[in-house]
Design a protein around this ligand. Structure first.
Ligand code: HEM
Length: 351
């Protein structure tokens, strides 16, 4: 794709900054989850929440609220926590929320400015309105997710299903904004290879599903439910857990914390989907044999190795940087496929 200079460079750069900011927000969210920080702020206050506690008594009050509202988590995993340690988990969640506010401003202020300068076409505006809607839903789902872990005798962490929805919308927001960025920045002349384009579209869909399954595995702390390299070599364990999962009643899917076979089920789906993606990608690469298709293949192999490494080292606890790298790489694959799908459809027409 060749860049077309008649587009407004300032708008292009602004869109790309938006993409990078969302990616960073997903990473900060990952650290918040992996450091068990997500329930440390027990209130939802869009204006007042801009500032953290400012003195000792405010910090003590926040810590007490955490101890009481997230009682199960506090008593199960943070019972010996000092005030200083509380401040660390507080700041991760605080930073996650603060970054959302910063993104809102970085989105809105330049948008108004560009609109006054008449740099935003109707087509671009429609794409941006969709991004705004998806981002708003993501924020709402963040709070909906946090609520599931507060004042609950049942949950040590937030609900994995709500976590999945909370990741589903930021992933969509990221994908749509990146799509808008490419379509805006590059003038594309579509010379459609329909078959390949649909194939990549399908792979993109499977990767999106894979991200959501990853959120379930991670939200259920399901990495350690199967910390082995191979499904086939541990076939007996797989069989026993599988049979047990299907012997459970529906309630077990809701109350999964101490239920290894339910965690395993989602872990298994996540693995199988990864291998399905890999097989389909290999078919595509063998047909295309282009540089971009090889990059995709190598990226996928790295991601599978990272996933296996995360699972195999997850006892007693998942290694944070490995899990984070696996999450980040997964989103890079998602973005790469978004780009690749457009790239495979088009040949540039320079105006
Ligand atoms: C196409 C390949 C794959 C993609 C795109 C992918 C994507 C992801 C993503 C995005 C997450 C994090 C979700 C979140 O942030 O909440 C995740 C979690 C996870 N994935 Fe994968 N994954 C892939 C393959 C694999 C494979 C082959 C394994 C092998 C077991 C694996 C094991 C895991 C584990 C254990 C977690 C949870 C880590 C934690 O506790 O935080 N993944 N995956």
């Amino acid at each position: 794709m060749k860049k077309v200079l008649t587009r407004h460079n300032s708008v292009s750069i602004w869109l790309l900054i938006g993409v990078l900011m969302i990616l960073l927000q997903i990473l900060i969210g990952g650290v918040t989850r992996l450091t068990d920080s997500g329930l440390s702020i027990t209130e939802w206050n869009v204006i007042k929440g801009v500032l953290p506690p400012l003195n000792d008594s405010e910090w003590i009050l926040s810590f007490e609220k955490y101890q009481s509202f997230a009682k199960k988590q506090y008593q199960t995993i943070h019972r010996d926590m000092s005030l200083d340690e509380f401040k660390t988990i507080f700041y991760w969640e605080y930073f996650h929320r603060l970054w959302a506010r910063v993104m809102f401003l970085v989105y809105l202020i330049p948008l108004l400015f560009f609109m006054i300068q008449k740099k935003i076409s109707l087509e671009l505006f429609k794409g941006l309105a969709l991004v705004f809607l998806l981002a708003g839903i993501s924020g709402f789902l963040g709070w909906f997710m946090v609520k599931s872990g507060l004042q609950s005798d049942q949950r040590t962490w937030v609900s994995a299903y709500r976590l999945m929805f909370h990741l589903a919308f930021p992933a969509l927001t990221l994908g749509v904004l990146f799509h808008v960025y490419i379509r805006y920045t590059y003038r594309l002349d579509f010379e459609i290879d329909k078959v390949s384009s649909r194939f990549i579209g399908f792979l993109l869909f499977l990767v999106y599903i894979q991200i959501l399954l990853g959120a379930l595995v991670s939200g259920m702390k399901g990495a350690s439910s199967f910390p082995y390299f191979s499904l086939l070599m541990n076939w007996k364990v797989v069989g026993a857990l599988w049979t047990d999962a299907f012997a459970q009643n529906a309630n077990a899917f809701w109350d999964y914390e101490s239920n290894i076979s339910i965690k395993f089920l989602f872990h298994l789906f996540h693995r199988i989907n990864a291998y399905l993606i890999f097989i389909l990608a290999s078919i595509h690469i063998m047909r295309q044999r282009t540089k971009l298709s090889y990059i995709f293949g190598v990226g996928l192999i790295v991601q599978i190795i990272l996933g296996l490494a995360t699972a195999m080292t997850s006892i007693p606890k998942v290694i944070i940087y490995l899990a984070l790298l696996h999450q980040f790489w997964g989103f890079l694959i998602f973005l790469f496929l978004t780009f690749y799908r457009i790239r495979i459809q088009s040949k540039v027409c320079v105006r």
